[in-house]
Design a binder for this molecule. Structure first.
Ligand SMILES: *[C@@H]1O[C@H](CO)[C@@H](O)[C@H](O)[C@H]1NC(C)=O
Ligand SMILES: *[C@@H]1O[C@H](CO)[C@@H](O)[C@H](O)[C@H]1NC(C)=O
Length: 417
């Protein structure tokens, strides 16, 4: 009897309980379901927003910088092309200061000017092979050019020929033609000319050799001054963007800045004197570069240090240039060879052996390393340069007959973040 009541009681209490539980479970799944729906909706909204954002990012960035940051860094589309029409070693090259156009000289005794066939279209397509048809102009010299530079206004090209040591100018005409210019002098330096640098204001140019001397010339080909730097051997020289300083780096650790003075109205040369000494490197300085805002100098040294200096100082009042900061090389075994600021001064590009590393100056962080674009792994980069618009980087390897072009990594401007 008692058992019957107990069972009845259990039945009465438990069955509705189970039902209630079931109902609750069902409601729970329903709740889950609607949450999932909501999160799906918000996810698609988020993606839509992202797409919208990317679209506006693309549209709002200048044409030359199109391409998402992520695409640039992750999909490795950093090889922009190879210029390969020279039949012997490329000896020098120079970018046009504004256009995506490049001049190159080779031991095959030709000089080529390459106009970018992709100029208006897919600038960031992964590999664009520049063909010989892209080279619209070709000069045959009886001699080969070993150094060249392009004036800041894009109107003038200077060459130094290797055997005769003749320095010649060419005028760049509107229809992309080169015409023999007025300058044709012979360098009187005893050893061969290592490089030539042109004043952005076109008042003078500098030639230097492998020893420790450099010569300053006016544009008519007269020697203004001849200087011994006392740096044992010249590694690299550079002219500041305002043409006021000539920097020299050599076998000794100190880098010198020489100020060149001209009469204001007549552009008559007054004097050249050493005004700033960048002290601190403990071995030969291999490469140096001025920032485009004229306030900094970057140096790379045999002691495997990368330094950024503030040269915006009152040197006339004996104020010394200061070391702003140093950057860590990406590899302890890398031989640092050259350095350059990007045209907007946001990036510092450093060449070490066969690689180019990019540092973001704002954060002082390494952002990427470019290497092995065209199979030249293991071959040291001899010379490199940013294009005038900052989108491309060109490199030539020791002994190689082609020029590699790389897409410069795109970083969003910090003012927009
Ligand atoms: C410059 O260096 C070369 C070797 O690289 C040497 O033969 C030449 O005599 C040197 N010239 C001067 C002026 O010291
Ligand atoms: C760079 O080149 C030097 C000299 O050729 C070599 O000793 C060094 O190991 C190279 N470093 C790297 C990281 O390849």
């Amino acid at each position: 009897m008692h058992l019957f009541w107990l069972l009845l009681f259990l039945a009465l209490v438990l069955v509705p309980g189970i039902a209630v539980l079931k109902l609750q479970n069902a409601q729970n799944t329903q709740v889950d379901g609607s949450a999932q729906g909501r999160s799906q909706r918000s996810e698609s909204k988020r993606i839509q927003k992202l797409k919208q954002h990317r679209k506006t990012f693309k549209e709002s960035t200048p044409k030359t910088r199109v391409g998402s940051l992520f695409g640039q860094l992750q999909e490795k589309p950093h090889c922009a092309g190879v210029l390969q029409c020279h039949t012997e070693e490329v000896t020098c090259f120079a970018f046009h200061p504004k256009k995506r156009c490049l001049l190159s000289c080779s031991s095959d005794r030709s000089v080529r000017v390459w106009w970018d066939p992709m100029d208006k279209q897919a600038r960031f397509s992964s590999v664009t092979l520049f063909t010989c048809a892209a080279s619209e102009y070709k000069v045959k010299f009886p001699d080969s050019a070993e150094a060249c530079c392009w004036s800041k206004d894009g109107q003038l090209i200077l060459f130094v020929l290797s055997h005769t040591r003749a320095i010649r100018s060419y005028d760049v005409l509107k229809n992309k033609k080169l015409l023999s210019g007025s300058l044709d002098v012979v360098s009187t330096q005893k050893s061969s000319v290592k490089d030539i640098e042109l004043d952005p204001l076109r008042r003078y140019f500098v030639t230097y050799d492998d020893n420790s001397s450099f010569v300053v010339w006016n544009m008519r080909g007269s020697v203004l001054t001849r200087v011994d730097t006392h740096q044992v051997r010249n590694n690299q020289m550079a002219i500041s963007p305002d043409g006021r300083f000539i920097a020299s780096a050599g076998f000794i650790g100190d880098v010198y800045l020489w100020e060149i003075l001209f009469q204001k109205d007549s552009n008559e040369f007054i004097e050249l004197r050493k005004v700033i000494d960048l002290k601190g490197h403990r071995a030969g300085v291999k490469g140096l570069a001025f920032s485009h805002d004229r306030k900094k100098v970057a140096t790379v040294c045999k002691d495997r240090t990368i330094r950024i200096w503030n040269i915006d100082v009152k040197y006339k009042l004996e104020e010394d240039a200061k070391l702003l900061f140093s950057l860590e090389p990406w590899d302890t075994q890398v031989d640092l060879l050259q350095v350059a600021f990007s045209p907007d001064d946001n990036l510092l590009a450093v060449v070490g052996n066969d690689s180019v590393a990019f540092y973001l100056l704002e954060t002082r962080k390494l952002i990427t390393i470019l290497r092995g674009c065209t199979g030249q792994v293991g071959i040291d980069i001899k010379k490199f340069s940013f294009s005038g618009d900052g989108t491309l980087l060109a490199t030539i390897g020791q002994g190689q007959s082609f020029i590699s072009l790389w897409n410069v990594p795109v970083m969003p401007s910090f003012s927009n973040v």
